[in-house]
Design a protein around this ligand. Structure first.
Ligand code: NDP
Length: 384
């Protein structure tokens, strides 16, 4: 019998890669739900191809246009946040792959978890904002959270057999270092949007590409790893690995280090999350170690990439601080993408917002959403 999957954010980089994997795994998976923000044309095409039970477009004003483009009567088309949440919870999916970018993914992801559906988690911002709420809800409902992020997928595989925490010496997340790994910090004020969007190893959506250039992506991943694997921040390290072949490592107390390697293509971790605990044939070209020639590793320059420390600090403070970090980052990145601020203003804005933050709320979902709103308003007006 085929497994039913709903894909939230199906028109994005991860969403499109997921649908390629679905095609390759035919007939083991059936797409029952698809969602997008505004991209009616691609969503309409996907609906025609995969004929899901439900599809939703976040921007409600586009529902009529989507309906007119689709003309597939078997798919019910919905709009707005409620529509996206309905796709997550009501499409009859066994698994929900969450590839919405940013905080907008939180409620739909949580809905699926509360309904006991398995989650293939790409939307790391959900885990950063609300790690405790999300993991508690998953424990309660029995929902399995399977990481799609290549680093976390690697750690997940290295931790197979669930070794006790005291046997884990370090979780080591690899980072490509982004386009500015070798750029002198004195040149950072000149960085253009085009340069920041030119990632050396991965092709991804714009927000995560900028997060990779500031290294905030790695900071968010440290917090994600903390919640996914219940590992203290002191045991999570980052190492720069420009080739993006070793996706992450776990070092045990006896000095053994396990790593997961693979071609730099998200279809591999996406497929693993979808088929877990089984494995299916490689969806992309296999890794040829002899072609790879060299694997390099170096320490990250945390003076140059201040976002990493900001993320560790917010993560260690806990409560609603990670939600504030995430919201401030989303707003700062969007301001940079809109040409409103310089690249170097991104960490400055996040730092200012975090410094001003006085937590009035606890880490419940309402508290998190309140902190998120406060941080967004602050980050929108702070001068970097
Ligand atoms: P993209 O920007 O390419 O795609 C984002 C998707 O989310 C699109 O379908 C978009 O719809 C939809 N979306 C955007 N805003 C909203 C909103 N407010 N409400 C509902 N839907 C929305 O992002 P990526 O695919 O690159 O990344 C998705 C997530 O996966 C992120 O959290 C990222 O950190 C994570 N991730 C991505 C990796 C990658 O290689 N790309 C690797 C590891 C993790 P529309 O097309 O209509 O705008």
């Amino acid at each position: 019998m085929s497994k039913k999957i709903a894909i939230l954010g199906s028109t994005g980089s991860i969403g499109v890669s997921t649908l390629k994997v679905v095609q390759k795994l035919k007939p083991s998976f059936q797409v029952v739900g698809l969602t997008a923000n505004r991209n009616v044309k691609i969503l309409a095409q996907q609906i025609k191809t995969f004929k899901p039970k439900l599809a939703a477009i976040m921007d409600e004003s586009l529902v009529a246009e989507l309906k007119s483009l689709v003309k597939v009567t078997s798919t019910k088309i919905l709009g707005g946040e409620e529509g996206v949440i309905a796709v997550s919870g009501e499409s009859g999916a066994d698994m929900v792959l969450t590839a919405i970018v940013g905080a907008a993914g939180l409620k739909p992801t949580l809905t699926a978890i509360q309904k006991g559906k398995d989650i293939a988690l790409a939307n790391k911002e959900t885990m950063v904002m609300a790690g405790e709420v999300v993991t508690k809800a998953a424990k309660k409902s029995g929902s399995k959270i399977l990481p799609v992020d290549s680093e976390h997928c690697a750690v997940f595989q290295c931790l197979a057999g669930e070794p006790p925490l005291h046997e884990i010496h370090k979780v080591i997340l690899t980072a490509s270092g982004g386009p500015f790994r070798n750029l002198d910090q004195k040149q950072f004020h000149k960085i253009t949007l085009k340069q920041a969007l030119n990632h050396p190893t991965w092709r991804m959506g714009p927000k995560i590409t900028i997060d990779s250039a500031t290294l905030m992506n790695k900071g968010l991943e440290v917090i994600e790893a903390h919640f996914l694997f219940n590992i203290p921040f002191e045991k999570i390290d980052i190492v720069i690995h420009p080739e993006s072949i070793v996706h992450s490592l776990v070092e045990f107390i006896d000095g053994s280090v396990l790593a997961q390697l693979g071609t730099t293509d998200m279809q591999i971790p996406i497929q693993y999350a979808m088929t877990y605990p089984a494995r299916a044939n490689a969806p992309v070209k296999r890794l040829d170690l002899c072609q790879t020639a060299q694997l390099n590793f170096q320490k990250p320059d945390l003076k140059k990439f201040q976002c990493v420390n900001l993320a560790y600090e917010a993560g260690k403070k806990g409560g609603t601080f990670p939600a504030v970090l995430n919201a401030a980052n989303e707003v700062a990145v969007s301001r940079f993408l809109n040409g409103e601020i310089a690249f170097i203003s991104i960490p400055k804005i996040i730092d200012k917002v975090l410094t001003k933050y006085r937590p009035l709320t606890n880490g419940t979902l309402d508290g998190i959403l309140l902190a998120d709103r406060w941080a967004r308003a602050e980050a929108a007006r702070v001068v970097g």
